[in-house]
Design a protein around this ligand. Sequence first.
Ligand code: FES
Length: 147
Amino acid sequence: MDAKFSFLNKVDRDPGNLIKGLQLVQAAEGYVSDDGIRAVAEYFSIPPVEVEGVVSFYAQFKRVKPGRHKISVCDGTACHIKGAAQVLEWMRQELRIDSGETTDDGKFSLETVACLGCCSLAPVMSVDGKVYGKLDRKKMVKILKEF
Ligand code: FES
């Protein structure tokens, strides 16, 4: 097993701990890489294809390396009514990624979230945890350029 995954030794090799092992990999890498899948498979003596199946079954696991900046577009009720779908479309056009993806240069990753708690500012997004509201395309592009 690759030494960088030696933290797996913290859990018993019981296959019942597979999820725990995958959570440790994701905590260390920010996602579950191909190397992470192989290390977990080897550690628990489970075929890699089965580990891959578990990872794809659970929404908590990410298979795409996160970007350096995390964009969260709110699609809660208030933002949905005020144009969250339009914001996501602008993101698609500006960054060429959909929700759940990372730009080719690794700069941004995009996700959709339920509510950022600033509904009166809808439509809302956050970048690295900082919230931006009352978005229109011009404002969104300006914010992206700050990064
Ligand atoms: S619904 Fe978007 S901030 Fe609440």
